[in-house]
Design a protein around this ligand. Structure first.
Ligand code: UDP
Ligand code: MG
Length: 334
């Protein structure tokens, strides 16, 4: 059983070593642990720090592409390097390394394929009141959207079985955390959560820089994920509103006709027709999107099979955009 711990890094030279030192060297039930960092176009000495510390793999982007892309590049690389379990953690030493043992346990037991570490959000001293509330609210929305019971959706402390990792894909550019839960829930993967501890803050969050930006990006990400996995339900709900309003106005017009008072109400008839057409068209677009999403399911299967063929045959390598591996021997001591 081989575990690879991956850390996406964007200019983390200052905290990376602390985070790496905090990682476990041995875990019961795991035969081998390797460490991988994804360098997301850092302009500081992140790669040097990682190589000199002795990580096994460095996946490199020549420019910053955002956490979602870095995460996926890491997952593909871990699969190529033969990971049976992949754990993702942050470079700012946010999560308690010792708790990785707890995170992988449900996978070792065969009871889950994805395990999300639940932070004690209300007890984290450096989270503001509003950040705590927003994280709870965001998780609630994700729980509804994904039909899962994951209490801490934005948590980046996660474990994936090899099978689950083969299935994952992320299309948004911001963060993988929300979309992967919606995907897992909607595709009926075995996803669960365990309580984990966090460490004191070493630097400010890079993803949560402004409140308004965070809310906007998170909401768009959730809506987009929902549209991708449940287009008909979302668009039917969306179309129902104008349709129902238009229908109500139409009924009112019929009542006027029955009473013989229809004159002077043509404006409302036009409004009723327009609203009902908008509602109906939204529903039709939902049906189209639903048919198109059937293709997505087939593509997901194809992607899974391509990954299986590529990664279960060692030496075949992997390709994710222009992410390339750094030659660790060459960089040592640089
Ligand atoms: N990160 C990244 N690319 C980016 C931004 C962040 O790879 O463009 C990494 C970052 O180095 C860290 C992780 O993503 O290891 C999570 O970022 P951060 O800790 O700032 O976010 P938060 O903990 O607030 O979710
Ligand atoms: Mg962090």
């Amino acid at each position: 059983m081989k575990l690879i711990i991956q850390i996406p890094c964007y200019n983390e030279a200052e905290t990376l070593e602390i985070a790496l030192n905090d990682l476990p060297k041995k875990i019961e039930g795991i035969d081998e642990i390797e460490y991988l960092i994804v360098n997301d176009g850092s302009t500081d000495k992140t790669v040097e720090v990682a190589v000199n510390w002795g990580v096994h793999h460095v996946v490199n982007f020549t420019r910053n592409k955002g956490l979602a892309k870095g995460f996926m590049a890491g997952i593909e690389a871990c699969l190529a390097y033969g990971a049976d379990i992949i754990v993702n953690t942050d470079a700012d030493n946010q999560y308690c390394g010792e708790d990785i043992a707890k995170l992988v346990q449900p996978i070792l037991d065969g009871t889950a394929d994805i395990v999300v570490g639940e932070r004690p959000i209300d007890d984290i001293p450096h989270f503001s009141w509003i950040k705590k509330k927003l994280q709870h609210f965001g998780s609630w929305v994700v729980r509804k959207a994904s039909r899962t019971g994951i209490p801490d959706a934005p948590s980046g402390f996660r474990a994936f079985s090899r099978e689950a990792a083969m299935h994952i894909n992320v299309v948004n550019e911001y963060t993988y955390t929300l979309e992967t839960i919606v995907q897992a829930g909607r595709n009926k993967m075995a996803i669960t959560s365990v309580p984990v501890r966090t460490n004191p803050e070493l630097r400010k969050s890079r993803l949560f820089s402004s409140m308004a930006g965070y809310i906007k990006k998170s909401m768009l990400t959730i809506l987009r994920a929902l549209l991708m996995y449940r287009p008909l339900a979302v668009l039917t709900a969306l179309g129902f509103i104008p349709f129902a309003v238009g229908f109500g106005i139409g009924v009112r017009f019929i009542v006027f006709i029955v009473k013989g008072q229809s004159a002077g109400h043509i404006q409302s008839l036009i409004l009723a027709c327009t609203l009902m057409i908008i509602g109906f068209m939204t529903f039709i677009i939902g049906m189209l999107a639903d048919v198109i999403s059937a293709n997505r399911k087939i593509l997901e299967d194809v992607q899974y099979n391509v990954r299986k063929m590529a990664y279960d045959n060692p030496g075949k390598g992997y390709t994710v955009g222009d992410a390339v591996d750094i030659d660790i021997q060459e960089r040592k001591g640089a």
